[in-house]
Design a protein around this ligand. Structure first.
Ligand code: NAD
Length: 426
């Protein structure tokens, strides 16, 4: 992997940009450029055919200066240590752009979960938790779902943690099934947050949600709910893709039908009421907003040159390379950076953790209303920074979040006197 496509190198460069823009003490960069703790585990699984296969897993905890660390667990064949480290760092900046009392973490296992049976997947999930017991917990590090992991697996991981501890600890993990203390609104929270940030960006561009043309890469948890909520608000989702193919309809795809089709176990590319195209074409078609909602490094410099949209809403983590970023910035495309755009998930995870700790549960409208308040407030903070300093939206988001972490580092005596510029304060 070249440095340009190494997400950890990219995350460090983004951090460095913010440290420079805030004229911060060099020590801040030295402290934050490495995760505070990384664990590599070897996970033996008894396969259905009697063999034992060993999978490699990681957990990276970036910093706990703001509170316990928090972040999802990813099951994917391309997981690498550097990817997990970068994702944990982005989680710190995501929780801080939202003003949540957490630092960042991320976990991953190198596996193609589709190649495992249900029993093998369960054993892998339980063993992953067993191997991390000493560093996770409701006040230490709180896992959640990510790519290829879902509420069902969170329920199994929760059960494993409780069995070892000997009592119920619902605040240990978020994204759980509702019956085990999950929060109403969590499943669609990331997509809802993506749409709220698009709505705020659209207002500033003098556009309207009604009739807004949107193209989405990826139709998993985030892509699907983003499409559903956009459709409910009157936007036209004109293209979507999954890893096998893409579909397009200029007048807008029939999203409720497509959701039902995919929920029945079909692929996007088999949907008949649309034109078919190559997956990467979702970035090239004429539309107002492009939403990468799949994996990292999708918008390279070359891809960025072909984007016609005015807004790129980064629903995925790290979807734009440094070169892609520069091309979009020069073209005047507004990027809603990942740490802000997809922060709805961790925000409702935080609400879930708070409800678990209180043992008192909120109605869905209350969750959605609290999410909207947080997303709009955080978008306003970042946009104010973007306008005042004439920087990239990404740098503006990092200035808000890195500024907060550094204020905490300073209050703890780790870096010398520094206080948040007045315009970064709430
Ligand atoms: P998911 O596993 O539910 O869905 C991923 C989707 O991307 C699938 O539709 C898959 O087919 C598609 N995909 C994979 N490779 C592709 C390719 N090359 N081209 C087109 N489509 C491709 O995952 P998810 O939970 O929706 O997460 C998507 C992204 O959002 C990830 O970057 C994740 O880290 C980020 N994210 C997720 C959450 C969450 O709450 N789930 C929160 C914040 C950020």
């Amino acid at each position: 992997m070249t440095d340009q496509f190494n997400p950890y190198e990219m995350a460090k460069e983004q951090l460095s940009d913010a440290v420079k823009a805030l004229s911060l003490d060099e020590r801040a960069y030295s402290i934050l450029k490495n995760p505070m703790r990384v664990m590599e585990v070897s996970i033996p699984v008894l396969m259905d055919d009697g063999r034992v296969e060993t999978f490699i897993g990681y957990r990276s905890q970036h910093t706990d200066v703001m509170g316990p660390t928090k972040g999802g667990v990813r099951f994917h064949p391309n997981v690498t240590l550097d990817e997990v480290k970068a994702l944990s760092m982005w989680m710190t900046f995501k929780t801080q752009v939202m003003g949540l009392p957490y630092g960042g973490a991320k976990g991953g296992v190198i596996v193609d979960p589709k190649s495992l049976s249900e029993r093998e997947r369960e054993e892998l999930s339980r063993e992953y938790i067993r191997s991390l017991m000493s560093i996770i917990g409701p006040d230490k590090d709180i896992p959640a779902p990510d790519v290829n992991t879902d509420p069902k697996l969170m329920g199994l991981m929760y059960d494993e943690y409780d069995r070892i501890r000997g009592f119920n600890v619902p605040g240990f993990i978020t994204g759980k099934p509702l019956i085990l203390g999950g929060s109403l609104g969590r499943l669609e929270a990331t997509g809802r947050g993506v749409v709220l940030t698009i709505r705020e960006a659209v207002k500033r561009q003098g556009l309207k949600m009604e009739g807004l043309k949107v193209s989405i890469q990826g139709f998993g948890n985030v892509g699907k709910y983003t499409a559903k909520i956009l459709d409910e608000l009157g936007a036209k989702v004109v293209a979507v893709s999954d890893s096998k193919g893409a579909i397009y309809k200029d007048t807008g795809l029939p999203i409720p039908k497509l959701l039902q089709f995919v929920d029945e176990g079909n692929r996007v590319s088999d949907f008949s009421e649309a034109e078919h195209m190559e997956p990467m074409k979702v970035f090239e078609i004429g539309c107002d907003v492009v939403v990468p909602a799949a994996l990292e490094n999708q918008i390279s410099g070359e891809v960025a040159k072909k984007i016609k949209a005015k807004i790129v809403a980064e629903a995925a983590n790290g979807p734009t390379t440094r070169e892609g970023d520069q091309v979009l910035y020069e073209k005047g495309v507004v990027i809603i950076p990942d740490i802000l755009c997809n922060a709805g998930g961790v925000t409702v995870s935080y609400f879930e953790w708070v409800q678990n700790k209180m043992g008192y549960y909120w109605k869905e409208e209350e969750v959605n209303q609290k999410l909207e308040e947080k997303m709009v407030h955080s978008f306003d903070n970042v946009y104010r920074m973007f306008e005042l300093h004439d920087v990239h939206m990404r740098t503006a988001a990092y200035m808000v979040s890195v500024g907060r972490v550094c204020e905490a580092l300073c209050a703890r005596g780790w870096i010398k006197d520094w206080s948040m510029p007045i315009e970064c304060k709430d």
